[in-house]
Design a protein around this ligand. Structure first.
Ligand SMILES: [Zn+2]
Ligand SMILES: [Zn+2]
Length: 323
């Protein structure tokens, strides 16, 4: 069995804003929120297992166009959620209903309800925001923990794809780390270490600047264990929402300087920024309206100047990473 990760989307919270004059919103390239699919296949064109990471805007179209899900290869065995924010959940309905109808009509892999793993803090929000989908098409499986950022969560294995292990870890993403009434702090966001037979990928989104501390200077045995697992990966796919720091706000998405520091600490072979747009950088500041090409050219130059480890590669929808 062969394993690969496939990019369904690479974008930030809001892609393709109507009325936005920036180059990115006006480019011809289709954009979608950050999401990946983990496929197991037999090497003869047959997809044998499909795990989806996140289900934001544009992902239903990406799955419909995925070469690994065409006709009889269509299947959805499990969804793993980083967190509950809309840009990671917006297409639950389209994906889950399409999966249900396909199963009903074709009688192949009628996997309904679909098992959906989320950290307990995020599962509460998903239940509240997506009541119909949870009732009809999801087997929502809360993680049963509220570990602090930098701690490992129980690994996930797959009976049908024994060659791959996914280990979630707690990320700080403060705008998602709340109880439903927004009164209490609840650690709710997950990253994932995906280990295949040959290669390791670290999915590090959404994340705020507080994560840099436990990665670059772990304080506890638990944090050191997490950093060890994340280190020396083949691919680090990391939230890089902004090019520069523009405010002193305590909690904000990672920017390029954070990504450089985290990559230096974890030493991956390839660092791939996602959740990129530059919109938060503001007009005439930082990377406002940069296209992926701008992020590649400017990022690679800065990567070399700042001695970033390995390669810096901006991914595109449809890119594949062998595991
Ligand atoms: Zn997001
Ligand atoms: Zn724009």
């Amino acid at each position: 069995m062969n394993h690969l990760l496939y990019f369904n989307g690479t974008g930030p919270a809001i892609n393709e804003m109507f009325g936005c004059p920036c180059n990115r919103c006006n480019s011809e390239t289709r954009l979608a929120n950050v999401s990946m699919s983990l496929f197991a296949h037999d090497g003869n064109g047959n997809t044998e297992h499909h795990v989806l990471f996140d289900a934001g805007d544009g992902i239903a179209a990406s799955l419909a166009q995925s070469p690994w899900l065409r006709t009889t290869n269509g299947r959805l065995d499990r969804i793993l959620m980083t967190h509950w924010h809309r840009d990671h959940t917006l297409h639950f309905n389209r994906i889950l209903v399409a999966n249900y109808l396909r199963g009903l009509r074709l009688g192949v892999h009628p996997n309904n309800p679909v098992p959906v793993w989320a950290r307990s803090g995020s599962a509460v929000w998903i239940k509240d925001l997506y009541e119909f989908e949870v009732d009809m098409h999801m087997d929502l499986q809360p993680s049963g923990e509220q570990g602090l950022p930098g701690t490992l969560i129980e690994p996930i294995t797959f009976d049908a794809a024994p060659g791959v292990t996914v280990t979630p870890f707690a990320l700080s993403h403060f705008s998602a780390d709340f109880s439903l009434d927004r009164q209490d702090y609840v650690s709710s966001c997950a990253g994932f270490v995906v280990q295949g037979p040959n290669k390791k990928a670290v999915l590090f989104w959404d994340a705020d600047t507080h994560n840099e501390k436990w990665v670059t200077d772990p304080q506890t045995a638990e944090q050191r264990q997490t950093v060890d697992l994340l280190s020396d990966a083949d691919y680090l796919i990391i939230d890089t929402t902004k090019w520069v720091h523009l405010s002193d706000k305590a909690y904000q998405h990672l920017s390029f300087p954070n990504t450089v520091n985290i990559a230096k600490a974890l030493a991956p072979k390839v660092t791939m920024p996602v959740h990129i747009s530059g919109h938060p950088d503001g007009v005439n500041q930082g990377a406002w309206g940069w296209t992926d090409k701008d992020w590649q050219e400017n990022g690679a130059k800065a990567w070399a100047e700042q001695n970033g480890p390995g390669k810096y590669v901006v991914p595109s929808i449809g890119d594949e990473l062998e595991l």
